[in-house]
Design a protein around this ligand. Structure first.
Ligand SMILES: [Zn+2]
Length: 499
C-alpha cells in the first residue's frame, strides 16, 4: 500500500502531524471512524500535504477512501483525512454518493450578496460547476438554490495568490436567507440525473474513440440541450462515428458497474488510468468495469445501463479538433421523439410513408426546378409579345424618339427589365415601365440615344421618397407608396422629355 510506504503505519494508533503542519489528526480520525464505523485496529491515517485538482474540483480537506488490497479482500479501507483546523471546508457528499438527493447539514455562514444569499454548509450534496458539468439546483430549507460554485476558502491568501493548494469550499447562492444551524437540502433530481447520464455517456464515448481509433478527447462540454466532446484526430468520417456510437451503446447495454476510485496518480496509473495526471495527493477516478478509468470529480451513474442510449448528432471541424455533439438518456429519447414528429409531419405533407420522405423531397425539388425553367421560357415569350404590342401602340414620331410608358399587371422587377430590354432593342426608344402592385420602376433607352436615365430616375424617385438609380442607359428603383405611381409617372415623363 502506497500510504504505508509513505511512512504511516496501517495500524498505528497515534499519528504525528507532518513537519510544519498543525493538523489534529486524532480528531480527524475520530470523525472518520464515527462516520464509517471502522475499527481503530484497521484504521490507518495518512496525510497529504497538497490538495488535488480534478477537473476543476478542489479535493482538499475531504475524507478519502482507498481500497486496501491486502489481507482481507473486500471490506477494508485505509482512511485518509486531511484535517485543517480553522478552515471552513465543505464535506462533499457527492464525491462518494452521486445518488444522494437529500441531506441534512449545518449552515456555517449566510451572507447577502446583491439580490442573492451566499450560503456555506459544513457538508453538501450540491455539485458546483466544474469539469464541464454544470451545477445543481434545488432547495436549502425554503430557499431556492440558483447557483453553486467552488470558491477559495476564507483562509486563502489574496485571490491572485490562490492556487490548487488553497482550501476551497462549496458556495450555494440562494434566493432567500437561510438561518444558521441545521438545514435540510434537496437536489433538483431530474436535472442532476440528466447531468449524470450525459457525463457517464461522455466517459464511455471518449473511451470508445480511444479503443477503436486512438482519438483522444481534449475537452467536454455539457450544454443545456446538447453535449459535445472535442477530439484530437487528423480526420473523422461518418463510418467512424457510427462505429463509436455502436461500441458505446454496447457498453451501455451490458450494464457494467461504474465505480468511484481514489488513489495517488501512481496508483491510478498502475491500475490503468486513461489520462496521465501529474498532480500530487489523492485523486478521484471513475472506473467503468473492464472498459475505462479516468480522473474525474463529476457525478456519475452507478451502472452504464442507466445512461439508456447514446446518439451522436453532429460532426464539425472546430479549430484544430473535431467536435462531436451527442445526447444520452432522456435527452436521447427527447431527440428521437422530436425527429420522429418532424419526419411524420413531413410524410403527411408529402402524402407518403416515412421512409419515402427523402425521395419525396428530391422529387419536389426536381419538379420546382422544371417549373421555374418553364416560367422563365413563358416570361420570355410574353415579354416579346408585350414589347411588340407596345411598339405598335406607340408609332414612330417626326421627332424621332418614342417614349413608351406602361404598367404591365403582376409584373416582377425581372419581367419589367425583360420587357424594357426588348423595347430598347429598337432604335430611338425610351421605356418607362412600372408595377402598380409593388411600385417597382424601370427606365431604359436605346443605345443610339444619349440621355442619362440613371440621374433622371434617381431625381424623380427622390421627389416621392423613393430610391433607385443605375447606368445612363438602364436604371431601376422603387416607390415606397405604389399609390403615388401616377403623379410619379407624370413627373418622370416631363423630366425625360426635357432632358
Ligand atoms: Zn468526467
Amino acid at each position: 500500500m502506497q500510504i504505508a510506504g509513505q511512512g504511516i503505519g496501517n495500524r498505528q494508533s497515534k499519528i504525528k502531524s507532518p513537519p510544519g503542519h498543525q493538523h489534529d489528526l486524532n480528531a480527524a480520525r475520530r470523525r472518520f471512524r464515527n462516520r464509517f464505523r471502522i475499527s481503530f485496529r484497521y484504521l490507518g491515517l495518512a496525510v497529504q500535504q497538497s490538495s488535488v485538482y480534478i477537473h476543476g474540483n478542489q479535493f482538499d480537506g475531504h475524507t478519502l477512501i482507498l481500497p486496501r488490497p491486502a489481507a482481507r479482500r473486500h471490506t477494508l479501507y485505509v482512511i485518509l483525512a486531511l484535517y485543517r483546523k480553522g478552515t471552513d471546508l465543505t464535506d462533499r457528499l457527492y464525491y462518494h454518493d452521486s445518488f444522494l438527493r437529500e441531506f441534512d447539514a449545518v449552515v456555517v455562514a449566510c451572507t447577502p450578496e446583491g439580490p442573492r444569499w451566499k450560503v456555506i454548509l459544513n457538508k453538501t450534496a450540491f455539485y458546483p460547476t466544474s469539469g464541464g458539468q454544470p451545477h445543481d439546483l434545488g432547495t436549502l430549507g425554503d430557499a431556492q438554490v440558483v447557483e453553486v460554485v467552488d470558491a477559495p476558502g476564507a483562509n486563502a491568501a489574496a485571490p491572485d495568490a490562490s492556487s490548487a493548494s488553497d482550501p476551497h469550499h462549496v458556495v450555494h447562492y440562494t434566493t432567500a436567507e437561510v438561518s444558521p444551524g441545521p438545514v435540510h437540502g434537496q437536489i433538483d433530481w431530474p436535472r442532476r440525473l440528466d447531468h449524470m447520464q450525459q457525463h457517464t455517456a461522455q466517459h464511455l464515448l471518449s473511451a470508445a474513440f480511444i479503443e477503436l481509433f486512438g482519438f483522444q478527447t481534449v475537452s467536454f462540454h455539457l450544454g443545456k440541450e446538447i453535449s459535445s466532446i472535442d477530439l484530437a484526430a487528423p480526420s473523422i468520417v461518418p463510418r467512424q462515428l457510427e462505429a463509436a456510437e455502436r461500441r458505446t451503446n454496447e457498453i451501455i447495454f451490458e450494464d457494467r458497474a461504474v465505480e468511484i476510485r481514489f488513489g495517488t496518480a501512481q496508483e491510478l496509473a498502475e491500475s490503468g488510468i486513461r489520462k496521465k495526471v501529474d498532480r500530487e495527493g489523492i485523486l478521484r477516478a471513475i472506473a467503468i468495469e473492464g472498459f475505462d478509468r479516468q480522473p474525474c470529480g463529476g457525478t456519475h451513474l452507478a451502472s452504464t445501463g442507466q445512461a439508456g442510449l447514446i446518439l451522436l448528432r453532429k460532426l464539425e471541424r472546430s479549430r484544430d479538433h473535431w467536435r462531436i455533439e451527442f445526447v444520452a438518456g432522456y435527452r436521447a429519447l427527447t431527440a428521437a421523439r422530436g425527429d420522429f414528429a418532424a419526419l411524420t409531419e413531413s410524410a403527411t405533407q408529402l402524402s407518403c410513408a416515412l421512409q419515402d420522405v427523402p425521395a419525396g423531397i428530391a422529387k419536389n425539388i426536381e419538379e420546382r426546378r422544371a417549373n421555374n425553367s418553364a416560367v422563365k421560357r413563358l416570361e420570355e415569350r410574353l415579354a416579346t409579345l408585350e414589347a411588340h404590342a407596345l411598339l405598335q401602340q406607340n408609332p414612330e414620331t417626326a421627332s424621332g424618339t418614342r417614349l413608351i410608358v406602361a404598367t404591365p399587371p403582376d409584373a416582377t422587377p425581372a419581367y419589367l427589365a425583360l420587357v424594357a430590354t426588348k423595347l430598347t432593342a429598337e432604335k430611338n426608344v425610351i421605356a418607362l415601365l412600372a408595377s402598380r402592385e409593388s411600385g417597382h420602376v424601370v427606365a431604359a433607352r436605346s443605345a443610339n440615344l444619349t440621355q442619362d436615365l440613371g440621374t433622371t430616375l434617381r431625381e424623380s424617385l427622390k421627389e416621392f421618397q423613393g430610391k433607385g438609380g443605375g447606368a445612363k442607359h438602364f436604371a431601376q428603383g422603387a416607390l415606397p407608396d405604389p399609390s403615388q405611381l401616377d403623379p410619379f409617372i407624370t413627373s418622370a415623363r416631363s423630366r425625360i422629355t426635357n432632358s
